[in-house]
Design a protein around this ligand. Structure first.
Ligand code: NAD
Length: 367
């Protein structure tokens, strides 16, 4: 009893939602619970100025509920800026389901989650993310229209990864143009970390263009398969981050540009698909700038996936989605110029341009 009182007192020192470090003017946070199916989910709606909040549902075995809340707050904010910089009329949102997708997920749980999404009447639109699949989105579609990334057989856009890879390829070419004075990747030494859904298609584009691709993945079998299929070399040095390459493409996990790696990086361009590549945006973005490394902001160049699912909302047209994704090339170049002209990092430049679009729309709507 005493312990409970102490705990309660300690808890009053923390503001659990609005006081969270990741809370950043989010509009709405919805906690969803269903005892029968074991569903515990949080939907984060960061901003809906530009349109409904779209973002995937991540199912993850979080260590605790704080971690899940922190993740949904961070990820939903990221979606606001990704859509804004990509010129989409979408806001930012994300959902997390607490649990191990390989063990805890059931069709009943996903359906129940879909009902919660439906209860928001379109303010939040869901899609796939880590731990959720096209098949899950099809189940959700049975109970709500507010879902994208459903299977092609049901009129959806299917797997977004190839379009994401195309956008990363465009962003990389733009970064090369800025850094090397040519967007030609023929003969460029490029290290791709992560040979998954996005990494594989990116490797395909790069090897076709004549780049000298090295790859790395913790999944040995997959890496061997990709190496054989595309003629890429497996990175065999001691330390991936010290690799003697022109371009580093993080396509596995986030925060690989951090205190431990940043001073080893020899690449002159960083352009990849992984979300949140900079461990601390302001700190590591600035160090890259000072070192003269051209960093293509992750949330800008990996937006092909969301551009693809957006097309599903406004009337799916693959050609239009690819055209918009191709435009990542021009936007990335603009970001490099804007950053240079204002002596700010490319990450800051992309954030400022995205925020300006949101502010202008807000002003226009208030009139
Ligand atoms: P994926 O799970 O298919 O592939 C990730 C690959 O990275 C796997 O092969 C995995 O074995 C490997 N990996 C994990 N840890 C590693 C490590 N420490 N070193 C080397 N390899 C490692 O994922 P994906 O769909 O290809 O996405 C890749 C990244 O891009 C993720 O960070 C994802 O969040 C981001 N992203 C993906 C999309 C999309 O459309 N799929 C869109 C935007 C952003």
């Amino acid at each position: 009893m005493i312990a409970e009182v102490v705990k309660a007192n300690e808890l009053t020192k923390i503001d659990p939602v609005f006081g969270q470090p990741s809370f950043n003017d989010h509009e709405q946070v919805v906690f969803c619970h269903d005892k029968d199916t074991g569903l515990k989910a949080i939907i984060g709606i960061h901003n809906t100025v530009l349109g409904p909040a779209l973002g995937g549902t991540r199912m993850w075995n979080y260590a605790n509920e704080w971690e899940a809340l922190n993740d949904v707050l961070r990820l939903s904010r990221g979606m606001t800026y990704k859509s804004a910089i990509s010129g989409l009329n979408l806001g930012g949102g994300k959902a997390v389901i607490i649990g191990d997708a390989s063990k805890d997920k059931t069709p009943e749980m996903i359906t129940r989650f879909g009902q919660f999404v439906n209860s928001l009447s379109g303010k939040y639109i869901t899609a796939e993310d880590v731990g959720s699949t096209t098949a899950d989105m099809d189940l959700i579609r049975d109970v709500t229209p507010y879902v994208t990334g459903i299977s092609e057989s049901r009129g959806g856009s299917g797997n977004p990864s190839p379009v994401t890879a195309y956008g990363v390829y465009m962003g990389m070419k733009a970064a090369a143009m800025h850094q090397f004075g040519s967007n030609n990747l023929d003969g460029k030494k490029i290290l791709v970390q992560g040979t998954g859904h996005v990494g594989e298609t990116l490797i395909d584009y790069l090897t076709k263009e004549g780049a000298l691709v090295q790859i790395s993945d913790i999944n040995e079998e997959k890496m061997q398969y990709i190496a054989g299929k595309y003629g890429a070399k497996i990175f065999n040095g001691d330390d991936l981050y010290s690799a003697d390459v022109d371009i580093y493409a993080p396509c596995a996990l986030g925060a690989t540009i951090n205190d431990a790696t940043i001073n080893k990086i020899k690449a002159k361009v960083i352009a990849g698909a992984a979300n949140n590549q900079l461990a601390v945006e302001q700190v590591h973005g600035k160090i890259l700038m000072e070192k003269g490394i051209a960093y293509a902001p992750d949330f800008l160049i990996n937006a092909g996936g969301i551009i693809n699912v957006y097309a599903e909302i406004v009337g799916y047209d693959k050609a239009e989605a690819l055209k918009r994704t191709e435009n990542i090339y021009n936007t990335t170049l603009e970001i490099f110029h804007f950053a240079e002209a204002n002596n700010i990092t490319t990450h800051q430049a992309a954030m400022q341009i995205a925020q300006k679009r949101i502010d202008e729309k807000k002003k226009e709507t208030a009139k």
